[in-house]
Design a protein around this ligand. Sequence first.
Ligand SMILES: NC(=O)c1ccc[n+]([C@@H]2O[C@H](COP(=O)([O-])OP(=O)(O)OC[C@H]3O[C@@H](n4cnc5c(N)ncnc54)[C@H](OP(=O)(O)O)[C@@H]3O)[C@@H](O)[C@H]2O)c1
Length: 306
Amino acid sequence: MKILLTGTTGQLGHALLSSLQSAGTIIVPERHEMDLSKPEQLRTIIRQIKPDLIINPAAYTSVDKAETEPELAHAINAIAPGVMAEEAKNLNAALIHYSTDYVFDGDKRNADGGLQPYVESDPAGPVNVYGKTKLAGEQAIHQSGCRHLIFRTSWVYSLFGKNFLLTMLRLANEREELSIVNDQWGAPSPTNWLAKATAHIITLSQKTENSDQWWNQHQGVYHMTPKGKTSWCGFAEKIMLQASASGLLTKAAPVVKGIPASEYPTPASRPVNSCMDTEKLVAHFGLLIPTWEEALVTCMQTQARS
Ligand SMILES: NC(=O)c1ccc[n+]([C@@H]2O[C@H](COP(=O)([O-])OP(=O)(O)OC[C@H]3O[C@@H](n4cnc5c(N)ncnc54)[C@H](OP(=O)(O)O)[C@@H]3O)[C@@H](O)[C@H]2O)c1
């Protein structure tokens, strides 16, 4: 199987590149050969490569900067996935794409006013430019009619790239106190788990004797995050505990102080509730989903060993 993989300099693309080695021949074009803001260049390279599967973790992910660069964010997050989907349809190939909790407005609550996790069929209502462009990407894929899986994830981190975990580990060795937002809720998702889950699903799609039937049964959007929920502040506290226990800090861990998001203003609004229900993922693919704490410990133990 020929797999075209994008975004390998990013957190998730990097993890996918190592997890998918046994899934097929992975083709990773250079950035100058495949700039996702150039749709015709993208179309041409897909036609040259003729992949059986396109996997697209690449995205414009600067949530705040997107507010002032909406055209570029739209080109990369909406137009490019649409081109991939059209070309996949023409080649009878499949597309695996990643999306975000930020397609939702974050206001979903139960009758008691508590936070209620979003299911895949809940109406979207993004509150920032990034979320709007990612939603437009999902819609373009649905409209193409190609074989596709869209995995919405949240609060992505890894031991590679730019993310909250690595920022906290750096600040832990520099500061005595950290003020972290404690009124936005979600499930931190490590790329090693996301990549393994994706590899498992690709294996299932390859093992089937009736590919058309498999894609008819499973095509669509899924929420892919660990179980449970926390705030950014709760996530930071757990990182500090684990870092201390694993000997990753050069001094005592800083005190983590919770603050409301109103005390940490950002150019882009962010949803209060980023929690997503993963039952559909489990029902379709039989995945074992760790809690966000278990997933963090597994990820950080790799760091401690390296
Ligand atoms: N990060 C999060 O917290 C989060 C949360 C929810 C969902 N997601 C979704 O999860 C997926 C993976 O996110 P991530 O955190 O791994 O992203 P990331 O680390 O920011 O990596 C983004 C990747 O996209 C590539 N890219 C950006 N613009 C490009 C262009 N014009 N042409 C070609 N490649 C381009 C980057 O390449 P360069 O290095 O060359 O720029 C990089 O490899 C994305 O779909 C994202 O929307 C992320």
